[in-house]
Each structure stands twice: as structure tokens, then as C-alpha cells.
Ligand binder design. Sequence first.
Ligand SMILES: Cc1cc2nc3c(=O)[nH]c(=O)nc-3n(C[C@H](O)[C@H](O)[C@H](O)COP(=O)(O)OP(=O)(O)OC[C@H]3O[C@@H](n4cnc5c(N)ncnc54)[C@H](O)[C@@H]3O)c2cc1C
Length: 392
Amino acid sequence: MSDNNYQHLYVVIEVQDDKIVPVSLEMLGEARRLIDSFNKKYQSNEKVVAILLGHNIKEICNTLIEYGADVIVYADSHELKNYRNNIYTKTISQIAQDEKLSAQISPSSKFKKPRYMFFAADSIGRHLSSTVLVALDSGLASDINKLEISDLKITHQHKTDGKPVTYEKTLEMYRPDFSGFLWTTILCLDNKNPQIERDYHPQSCSIIPGVFEPIAPDKGRKGPIIEYMPTFDQNDLRVKILSRQVIRSGVDFDSYKTVVSFGRGIKDAPEQNIKLVEQLAKTLNAEIGVSLPISKKPFVVSENVSSKYMISDRVIGTSGRRISPMLYVAVGISGAMQHVVGMQDSRFIVAINPDENSPIKDECDVFIKGRMEDVIPKLVEEIKQQSLAVNA
Ligand SMILES: Cc1cc2nc3c(=O)[nH]c(=O)nc-3n(C[C@H](O)[C@H](O)[C@H](O)COP(=O)(O)OP(=O)(O)OC[C@H]3O[C@@H](n4cnc5c(N)ncnc54)[C@H](O)[C@@H]3O)c2cc1C
């Protein structure tokens, strides 16, 4: 397919309880930045298109324009009120391939598919992005936290038959690897090898919440708001929501000024070390958080300790909670990027760790070099002495 067959950057918006989920505005902000520099560089007029699904959602469309979208395509139906993967997938893939709709979005230059597509890397977006991209027969990069658009010269045995080929307007999608410390760049490239020629568009990714900034809303921005009527058959509607109950987390970080979190640094004596963290948290009147691996129960501890602390409700980071207490204490946590996103807005950060090369050192205000087994008892004692002195 020629390059003209792809246009625009589509952003799939998420709404919960009639409110826009913050990552959606963050994605719009990043989309705006990318498309503005794209249009300048390629002297084009491509757009940020927000896709919104739900029920009674028309009011939200103007807000999306204020936050950077050029065009809104929304599908409003009671069937779309709550997320159901099959009909959300069908609606979004219909929107992405509908020729009449593409003529409305770009009256002067028709296109067949979006050039780029963004989803949120949260529990809905991760699932939805994978099924939509299967329906659109393209690739997907998940959990992205940096994006650039550039022209790249690629020589690849499979993709280019071993010959150098320039890929214009390529979305470079960066993600942390599974350790959280190394970086991978993912490209979604058409096959330009004549023997296996085929397109891979849209170039798509899911985006980690909290890494991009929304733009300042501009009430003066205007843009077309297009209603889309998806078509479903009986088979699509076979999954029904009979009742819906929102289960709120039992861990209420927001009521605490201080959060003490622990990670795999407890490894040498897990049960005793969790007791030390409990002591520190009690002294500081703090709630307790954990790193993601702790929620997978990596160490054997007694059942009551495991069921209280080794749970997903306490995870801080991209897969858990994003918090901003006055004081955050990271005990035995290395500072992987996915964890840092969840705590970097804390007012003051202290880390306890024997390894001064741990990345957490770059994230904290005070780094206490030492093993938690040695540091916490002294710290607890000192805090008690200080508060006695203050209250005397
Ligand atoms: C898609 C994806 C999503 C993810 N989401 C999250 C997320 O939301 N939250 C999250 O936390 N992680 C997440 N991760 C995992 C993340 O990449 C890291 O693997 C994880 O945060 C590391 O956990 P940790 O710091 O407890 O363990 P480690 O990286 O093993 O660090 C342990 C630290 O303890 C220190 N230590 C050792 N002994 C002691 C001692 N005696 N006293 C004190 N310190 C000691 C070590 O020096 C080290 O720095 C995610 C990963 C992926 C791939």
C-alpha cells in the first residue's frame, strides 16, 4: 500500500464512571506533540483523532478537543456503557477501517487505515489493544514510555530482502524490558521484500499511565465531533453484563501522609524483615506498599503476613497505584522505572539500600546506604527519641 493510504494518529480514550481516565489525556498530550512536529517536518495536515466509546458521552467530546484532539469519533450506545472486549474491539476496528468515516475525517485525501494508534497500558487498554490489532492485522508494542517519529534506513533479511530501504514516518516505540532497567526500541515495519510484501499499519502501542503530560486545556479549540453507529450481530452481544460491582481497594494510601514500601531486599529473612518494615511504618504512622514482585509471593512467610502484604492492592507503580504522599520510604527496592512512575510525585523520598548503584539512588532525596536489618532498628529508635524531644 502507498503511504497515502495511512493517515492520522488515533487515540483510544477510556472513560470510567463518566470521567475521562487520566492516561487518556496524557496520551492526547503526547499525540499532539508528535503530530505537531510531524506536520511541520512533512508539511502535512495529519490529525489527532480521539475515539470514544460509551453511553451518554457526548459531553466529554468537547473536553477531548480542549486537551488536544482535532477530531472526535464517538459511538454512543447502552451496549457500550461498560467495557466488553468483543464489542469494543469490533467497534474500534470498524471505526479504523470505515471508508465513509475516513472521507469525513479527511475530505480532501482519503485513507484506508490510521497511520498510528495509541491505547492505555492499563487493564482495559492492554487487553483491548491486542484484540483490536489482531482485527486490524498489524502489530502492537505494549507498555511504551517514550515515542519519536523519524525516517530510518533499515536493512533486514526478511523485511527488505537484505537491501537498504528508507522507512519514512516510522514510530519509534521505547519500552523498559522485563527487568525495568534496560530499554528496547520497537518498530512496526511493512514488509518491503517483494516476495512477501504486505503492510503493517497502524503502527500501534499501549502507553504506560503517568509518563506523559497532558497539554493545558484550551477552551478556544474547536473540531468536528462525529457520531459513529457500529453494527453488531447477535453473536457479538452474547456476553451480557447482568450486574456490575466496583470493588474498591481495601488499602487506602490516600489517607496517609507517609508510605513505607518494601521490595525483594527483604530476601535474607523475609518474615523478620517485614516485621521491621511494620515497625518503621507504625513509628511513622504510615501505610505499607510493595513492589510488584512481592505481590507474586516470591518468599515463604506465614499465611497472615502473606495475605496482608503480598497482594496486588499494595503494589506501587504502573501495574498498581500511583501515590503522592508527603514522605515515601523505599526499603529494599531497586527503583525500576515501572515502580518509580508510581511514587515519583511523593514530596520527599528516602531509600534504604546497601547498593549505591541501585537506580533508586537517583530518585530519592536521601539515600541511606545499608541493609534494612541494620538501618531500620536505628532509624526507629532515632525517630522515637526525636519525637520524645519534640513533645517534651
Ligand atoms: C509490564 C511490567 C510492569 C511492571 N509493573 C511494576 C509495578 O507496577 N511496580 C513495580 O514495583 N514493579 C513493576 N514491574 C517490575 C519491575 O520491572 C522490577 O522488576 C521490580 O520493580 C523490582 O522489584 P524490587 O525493587 O522489589 O526488586 P529488585 O529489583 O530485585 O531489587 C531489590 C533491591 O533490594 C536491595 N537489597 C538487597 N538486600 C537488601 C537489604 N538487606 N536491605 C535493603 N535493601 C536490600 C538490592 O540492592 C536491590 O536494589 C513491572 C515489570 C513489567 C515488565
